[in-house]
Design a protein around this ligand. Structure first.
Ligand code: 1VU
Length: 291
């Protein structure tokens, strides 16, 4: 993703499509994106009514302060294809595909969107939450280099990964997989969102996980409760110190004596042109966020 097309995805909040009270809050939430959930957040008996309600809400074109993404049921499930076709008509910013395993799963959803004339603005997001998806992650990420695939973003599904593998819920054990996910996303030019923190009353814990995820290179954190939005926005917004350093690098390279140099010294540290590019990207992102 280039700076020109940068969309902040620091805080990505799940809202079950069957929860009217929570849905009514969409316009007032300070998160960068909402995932309106037809899958795990909705009981089987409520799936069809939740879909109808959700498409009604989206068709009414609610004020879009944040990006609106809908998580459908797996395409192979009894609800998946109907979810995709109904939701696509309402033209959300994204459709999140759960339980994918191979590039074919993304291509199949993309073909259905194309065949039903969904505009190119409807992007695909992919949950990475099965062992098979992790084993195929490089090939799946490659699709990000082809705009026709619509693939824009990976979302880590840590709860399902824990369930599928039997690994401990301690995040230390998930780290290799999470870092692999970030690496693959970068190779494919995709955004990548960390998994949820289930203990939503532990605001310090959420803040710690967000800071850790930002340090690991994630673009944002999946959230389940409005109390988690502020810590996520804070952690993924460039700090005043990082911005001051970025400005110092930009200013140093703009000095006439440094015009033709590839490497300079700044405050006792080596700074290369790649750091200038990084600094300019950070400053541009901060301007978009309003930091
Ligand atoms: O103050 P009010 O009463 O008006 O509002 C409540 C509540 O409705 C609201 N709220 C939310 N609003 C928007 N989005 C949300 N996700 C959300 N959660 C709560 O905030 C006010 C305070 O709520 P609360 O502290 O009393 O919390 P509750 O007991 O109402 O709800 C707690 C749960 C965890 C049940 C709720 O936050 C929730 O359903 N979260 C989303 C869970 C979900 O979507 N799970 C599936 C996706 S996660 C996944 O699959 C992992 C990959």
């Amino acid at each position: 993703m280039t700076v020109d097309t940068y969309r902040p995805r620091r805080s990505v909040l799940y809202i079950p499509a069957s929860n009217d009270k929570a849905l009514a809050k969409i316009a007032s939430l300070a998160c960068d994106a909402v995932i309106l959930d037809l899958e795990d957040g909705v009981a089987p008996a409520d799936k069809v009514s939740a879909r109808e309600k959700l498409t009604g809400i989206l068709a009414a074109r609610p004020e879009r302060r944040c990006e609106i993404v809908v998580r459908i049921n797996p395409l192979a499930s009894e609800w998946g294809i109907d979810d995709l076709l109904a939701v696509a008509k309402a033209e959300p910013d994204g459709i999140l595909l759960p339980k994918i395993g191979t590039p074919r799963d993304i291509l199949e959803a993309g073909d259905l969107l194309d065949d039903n004339f969904a505009p190119d603005t409807v992007k695909l997001w992919a949950m990475i939450e099965t062992p098979k998806a992790l084993l195929n992650i490089g090939a799946i990420a490659e699709l990000g280099r082809d705009p026709a695939s619509r693939l824009a973003c990976f979302v880590a599904g840590t709860n399902d990964l824990v369930k599928a593998t039997g690994i401990s819920t301690d995040r230390r054990y998930l780290m290799p997989w999470l870092l692999q996910l970030v690496l693959a996303a970068r190779a494919g030019g995709l955004d990548v969102i960390d998994g949820v923190a289930n203990d939503f009353r532990d605001v310090d814990g959420v803040a710690r996980e967000c800071a850790e995820a930002a340090a690991m290179g994630f673009d944002g954190k999946s959230l389940i409760h409005p109390a988690q939005i502020e810590p996520a926005n804070r952690a993924f917004t460039p700090s005043p110190e990082a911005l001051a350093r970025a400005r110092a690098i930009r200013d140093a390279f703009s000095q006439p004596e440094n015009a033709g140099k590839s490497v300079i010294a700044l405050d006792g540290r080596m700074v290369e042109r790649l750091h200038l590019a990084e600094a300019e990207k950070l400053l541009a992102k901060a301007a978009i966020i309003g930091a």
